[in-house]
Design a protein around this ligand. Structure first.
Ligand SMILES: [Zn+2]
Length: 441
């Protein structure tokens, strides 16, 4: 399966992400590379832990564990903690090892309608900072906004930490191999070469990915371990999309379009869709459709997604009832996906379950009513692991995924002249990433 193609941090030449070892394709890699990823995974899952624990978790010899941990510590991926921090599950007392969250950060930009989100996320998948900005949807304006806003965002929040690269995700059909947004209906974009344009403007290595695929990558990397077995991720926002992953690998499809559920018919729905049909999932279930209803019913004065989010988060009864009813229709799509794919885990990222988890039993009840196979959805269907940070984490998933699957690539990042200059620039208060002056106009 071909992976996304993007710029190599070391050379700015295209490299395929299929060159990056993953859980399902480590066999052809050198033992050292696979071992480094296994050691990092063990520490990520269980850290802080002793070296002896890493040995038993990975099956590596004490000498190999010692060598790998020394390498990863020198790269700023792992660090040694004071002995007192070692927990009881870490085995015999020794110097505990944990993921180094102070040396590197991944930067991400999530482009939604009508907001974009800047995020900085550490190697544990924890959001260090995020900021949201409204945008008009015009592609040229948006690229200017990112090129102007990114250096300032990094200056405010990155400190002395090294920025590993820029992940960019957006909804619709995205070809990560070329960094192209093939189609984004709500923004009206077609064949927009977002990756090359942003790389030219920011000077950073840029990895563009589909929003849906990135959300699934984030769950596989940092969410519940069952996500690494088989996962369906369903996102309902202004776009409605899904992703499918097995054995820790997201299925992208021949045209990077796998998981497109925007035009799946929702039983009973009649809303007209731009595709010419009625009752498609995106036309019926999106936040846009919900906002129209909220304004029609006098729940909101205008179709502002932030107002809707605030009303749902504050538990305003009419707004909560609106999302509860929508969950009833979302449950029909969830039931279809469960019947088709029977995953170990289905993660639903949506406004209602994000801010009103008390609505989950209603969702489960409706799933049972519509699924032919799932009688107990509660253990299978979960909200996002990242709460309100979900978009920031998803935006950085492609960058962090490459590090976690092949930690030694950090060596190449550290030699990248632009990023090295960027790190020094941040420390010195200058513009990080050496973004050209012309790009800041
Ligand atoms: Zn449609």
């Amino acid at each position: 399966m071909p992976g996304p193609r993007t710029s190599s941090p070391a050379t700015n030449q295209p490299v395929a992400s299929s060159d990056i070892p993953g859980p399902g394709r480590d066999g052809h890699r050198s033992r050292g590379t696979g071992s480094a990823a296994a050691v990092l995974r063990a520490v990520l899952d269980h850290g802080p832990v002793a070296r002896s624990f890493i040995g038993s978790a990975t099956g590596l010899s004490p000498a190999a564990v010692s060598r790998q941990t020394a390498d990863l510590i020198s790269l700023g991926v792992l660090r040694e903690l004071p002995a007192a921090a070692c927990g009881p599950r870490a085995g015999r007392p020794s110097v505990p090892i944990d993921v180094d969250t102070d040396t590197h950060l991944a930067c991400g930009v999530h482009i939604a309608v009508p907001m974009l989100t800047f995020g900085l996320v550490d190697l544990r998948g924890r959001t260090v900072a995020r900021e949201e900005l409204p945008h008009s949807g015009d592609a040229a304006e948006l690229i200017n906004l990112i090129a102007r806003g990114l250096p300032r965002f990094l200056q405010r929040h990155a400190g002395r930490r090294r920025v590993l690269g820029l992940g960019v995700v957006t909804g619709g059909h995205v070809d990560g191999r070329t960094g192209t947004v093939v189609e984004h209906e709500p923004l009206g974009w077609r064949n927009l070469q977002l990756g090359p344009l942003l790389a030219a403007r920011t000077g950073l290595p840029v990895r563009v990915d589909s929003h849906a695929h990135a959300l699934a990558e984030a769950e596989i990397l940092f969410g519940e371990p069952r996500a690494r077995s088989s996962l369906v991720h369903l996102f309902v926002g202004n776009v409605v999309d899904a992703a499918i992953a097995t054995e820790g690998v997201v299925h992208r499809g021949l045209r990077s379009a796998a998981g497109g559920v925007a035009h799946l018919p929702v039983p009973g729905a009649r809303q007209p869709c731009p595709c010419g049909e009625r009752g498609c999932a995106q036309a019926s279930l999106s936040d846009r459709a919900l906002l129209v209803k909220a304004v029609e019913r006098g729940i909101l004065p205008r179709p502002d997604p932030m107002l809707l989010q605030q009303a749902v988060a504050a538990g305003e009864p009419a707004a909560v009832e609106l999302v509860r009813r929508r969950l009833g229709d979302i449950a029909k799509v969830v039931a279809t996906l469960l019947d088709m794919l029977d995953p170990e885990l289905l993660v639903l990222t949506e406004l209602g379950v994000l801010f009103q988890p008390a609505l989950l039993p209603d969702l489960f009840e409706e799933i049972v009513a519509h699924s032919r196979s799932c009688r107990d959805p509660e253990p299978v269907v979960r909200p996002s692991s990242f709460g309100a940070d979900v978009l920031a984490v998803a935006a950085t998933a492609a960058v962090l995924n490459s590090v976690h699957r092949s930690p030694r690539t950090l060596d190449a990042f550290s030699r990248h002249p632009v990023l090295a200059a960027g790190a020094a620039g941040v420390a010195g208060g200058a513009v990080p990433g050496r973004i050209p002056e012309a790009a800041l106009k």
